[in-house]
Ligand binder design. Sequence first.
Ligand SMILES: [Zn+2]
Length: 428
Amino acid sequence: MAREVRRAFRYRFYPTDQQVAELSRTFGCVRLVYNRALEERTRAWHREQRHVSYAETSAMLTAWKRTVDLAFLGEVSSVPLQQALRHLQTAFTNYFAKRASYPRFKSGKKSRASAEYTRSAFRWRDGRLTLAKMAEPLDIVWSRPLPEGAVPSTVTVSRDGAGRWFVSLLCEDAIGRLAPVNRAVGVDAGISSLVTLSTGEKVSNPRHERRDRERLARAQKDLARKAKGSKNRAKARRRLARIHARITDRRRDFLHKLTSRLVRENQVVVIEDLNVAGMVRNHSLARAISDAAWRELRTMLEYKADWYGRELVVIDRWFPSSKMCSHCRTVTETMPLNVREWRCRCGVVHDRDVNAARNVMAAGLAVSACGADVGPERRKPGGQTAMKQETRPARVGIPRVQADGGGQRSLSRISASGGAGFTCAGSG
Ligand SMILES: [Zn+2]
């Protein structure tokens, strides 16, 4: 049973000088259009409390191209500029839906340079991709094959901080569903080990990462010492970006393997929702990297679960996963971060992370659509009656199962207080 999904395939490519010039110019225009439109929308809101629509910004763009100052916008392909306005529209939609913070200006140094081309702005023939305003096709390194007969619907070109060029092709792909399995797993995010599973398995960080991080820290210090605007500073920045890129690449590879495995082996995967705007900010490098990894892990689990017919349950972050004994459900008052192992009043000794992962899984199964049908061993009767109420209410993101036309199940979440399936009965 296969189903069609839209899937992005990303490759490196090596542009010619002409292509570098064209793309750099396009990136600059994309950024300018995005920032200008953001400025206009912000101003309209502050001065007149008026929402500016995508159509209005599109009309603005046409007007800008007619001015002397911005006539150069007409020299690059118009599609990436329109797409930039669409992305801004999405950013505002997310902001109004409280899913994201207010859209930010794109900075030349910090934002990843990219341009998106839709069907009318590229040519795809015999596996060769030619973008608008370009004479030659891109020299793409086909590190893995595109699905047979695939035709990209959208193409995104980008350059990372290390100066590497990438092209991402969005294609339709047929994905076979996996046969159902009778297993579930809880996943706990960590810093010392990347994740801990409710099975007791600890998945450590990718090899070399520790050394790479040390290099990263050194390169950062190095950069800070260089005079602003100097050639050496630019060099140091590139070196830093290269190390960063290497860490991210290895990390992504690793996460792909891990998430594929989790989805293949389990019918239900339960994770905690740590990826919330306004979460305590911690500026340590290790923390920043783990947070990024966690976000990426979650995204991968989301789409892979959907592809292969598995269920991903996301537990609210206030759920006391670390403080609760997974055996007797007593919640302890405090659980400092440095405590790696602890003994509950019931006598059971816990590894902090494994215990948390087990709690995550139990909470997830309680609200899962298939929770009743999947193992591991459910708690003995009476075992899950008492759970102390934490100071903050333990809310759980409840997944709702909806049947769509094809009888396929899709998940959406709502949030409710008091948990679901299992109750928070305050008992001493
Ligand atoms: Zn206990």
